[in-house]
Every structure is written in C-alpha cells, then in structure tokens.
Design a protein around this ligand. Structure first.
Ligand SMILES: Cc1cc2nc3c(=O)[nH]c(=O)nc-3n(C[C@H](O)[C@H](O)[C@H](O)COP(=O)(O)OP(=O)(O)OC[C@H]3O[C@@H](n4cnc5c(N)ncnc54)[C@H](O)[C@@H]3O)c2cc1C
Length: 251
C-alpha cells in the first residue's frame, strides 16, 4: 500500500525552537532489518519503543518519523497531561460514573509511564513535572462550571480544592480570576523537551530512530516492508503510531 498523504513540513515548532538545535537528522539511507518497526515518533511511538526495549530485551527496534522529533504534534501542543476527563458526566447514569473512573485510570497509567521515562532518562522538571492543575474561572459562568465539576469529582471520590478570588490572586498575581479548581493529578510538560529527551534516552538503549524518513509505502511480503525515499526497513512486526495519518495508510 502506497501511503496516500505524508505529514507536510510543519514549519517551526515554537517549543522546539526554544531548545538548542538538534544534531543533524539520522535519515534512513539503507536497507535494514529489525525485530520491531515503530512508525511515528510522537508520544505513542516513543512509549511503544520504550516498552519494547524493556519487554523484548535484545530485540532490534527501529523507529521512523517523517519529521524531526519535537516538530510533530507531540512537540507542539499545550503540554497538559491531564488525568481527569475534560467533561465529567458522572451522574451514575448509564454507567457514566464507571466510564469516567475507567478513563481517569487509563490517563493515569499514561502519566505514570511518562513519569517513569522522565525519571529513567534524567529529564528536568521543566521537561516533565507532576504539577496538578488549576482551572481558573474569570466569569460567573466559569465559576459555576467549576462548582459543577467539583460535584462530579466528589461522586468519583477524587480530591480537589476550590480556590476563591483572593487565593487565585495570591497564586497568579492578578485579580482576573473569580475562582479556581485545583486537582492534583495532572502533569505539565515542555512538549518538545520531553519528546526529544525521551528519544535521546531511547537512542542510547538499542533503539534506532530515523527522522526525516517518511514511510511512503508499507507492504506485507512475509515480513512487513516499509519504504522511505532513500531506504527500507523489513520487520516481522510493525506498530503504527501515526495518529490521524493512519487513514493515509489505508486503515
Ligand atoms: C495545538 C495543540 C495543542 C494540544 N494540546 C494538548 C494538551 O495540552 N494535552 C494533550 O493531551 N494533548 C494535546 N494535544 C494533542 C496531542 O498533541 C496529541 O494527542 C498527541 O501528539 C498524539 O500523540 P501521538 O503519538 O498519537 O501522535 P503524534 O504526536 O501526531 O505523532 C505521530 C507521528 O507520526 C509521524 N508520521 C505520520 N505519518 C508518517 C509516515 N508516513 N511516516 C513516518 N512518520 C509518520 C508524524 O510525523 C508524527 O510525528 C494538542 C494538539 C495540538 C495540535
């Protein structure tokens, strides 16, 4: 299958431009084999490569990305790793409460994995910190939303702290907010610093990452064969971690 649409050069990612320029990209320019091929070096691909490096010791793991690590969506987002769903429907109606609790558990597993990678690779607190988060309310409508959200949190047996305008001013230095809702489980990351730090840690640990190496076709000929403009990877197992670009591969 020829890949129908490739990620375009996304242009400068602001978080990434705050960091030192990376070493030149290690493009794939040969025909190689691997035990595992991971396509995509965002959160999903890097997390998969990290797990594989632990669960399949001795396996050769190759990661391909179309752009530089940190220039894709994983390096250019707002940096909130949030444990609680954005909208809670925990009225215990039609299993909604169980759904919110299960979603929160999944999110926390992801955050715990990110925390473990940050610790293993010695990332700074700027790259990853378990900060919690405050949802600041600047209007009466926002304040009502926070109160409503707090009720749902109580139903889920989740800890939180409601902050009044003075507490918000003490924290932010501005009288802008009427109230706030603090929940302790979120992490804050510098997205580009985080993914580049994880990629650097992985690369020194049996994982080979080729950037600026878009997969232009993926075929099964016994093993999988992924072609890039100047090389190819043959591997028995492939993990697709290309986010919305899964459609471009025909899935
Ligand atoms: C402006 C913005 C703000 C956001 N804020 C937040 C936030 O605060 N919190 C939050 O949780 N989420 C946020 N997100 C969403 C978050 O960035 C994504 O959910 C996350 O990046 C998805 O990770 P991923 O690894 O699945 O995919 P991606 O990060 O998209 O990684 C997929 C990788 O696959 C590569 N790829 C695609 N096709 C190919 C190909 N043919 N060959 C090789 N490589 C290929 C891409 O180049 C890309 O690097 C935000 C997104 C944006 C755009």
């Amino acid at each position: 299958m020829r890949v129908r649409r490739l990620p375009r050069d996304p242009g400068p990612a602001a978080w990434n431009r705050l960091l030192e320029d990376p070493a030149p990209a290690n493009r794939l320019e040969a025909s190689i084999t691997a035990d595992w091929l991971v396509i995509g070096a965002g959160y999903a691909g890097l997390a998969a490569a990290h797990r594989l490096s632990k669960e399949a010791p001795g396996a050769r793991i190759v990661v391909l990305d179309a752009v530089r690590v940190g220039d894709g969506p994983a390096g250019r987002n707002s940096g909130f790793m949030i444990d609680l769903p954005h909208d809670l429907t925990s009225d215990d109606y039609g299993g909604a409460l169980e759904g919110d609790i299960a979603q929160t558990k999944d999110n926390r597993q992801g955050i715990a994995h990110a925390a473990a990678m940050a610790q293993e690779y010695g990332l700074s607190t700027e790259a990853f910190t378990l900060s919690g988060k405050i949802n600041g309310a600047a209007t009466a409508k926002g304040a009502a939303h926070n109160t409503d959200f707090a009720k749902h949190l109580s139903a889920m047996d989740e800890p939180f702290e409601l902050l009044d305008s003075q507490q918000m001013q003490d924290i932010t230095g501005t009288p802008f907010y009427q109230s706030g809702l603090f929940t302790p489980g979120s992490a804050m990351i510098q997205p580009a610093m985080f993914v580049r730090g994880v990629a650097a840690g992985l690369a020194s640990n049996r994982v080979t990452i080729h950037e600026n190496s878009p997969v232009i076709s993926l075929e099964r000929k016994g093993d999988w064969v992924a072609r890039t403009p100047k090389g190819q990877v043959t591997a028995p197992r492939v993990i697709m971690a290309v986010n919305g670009h899964l459609n471009s591969f025909g899935y």
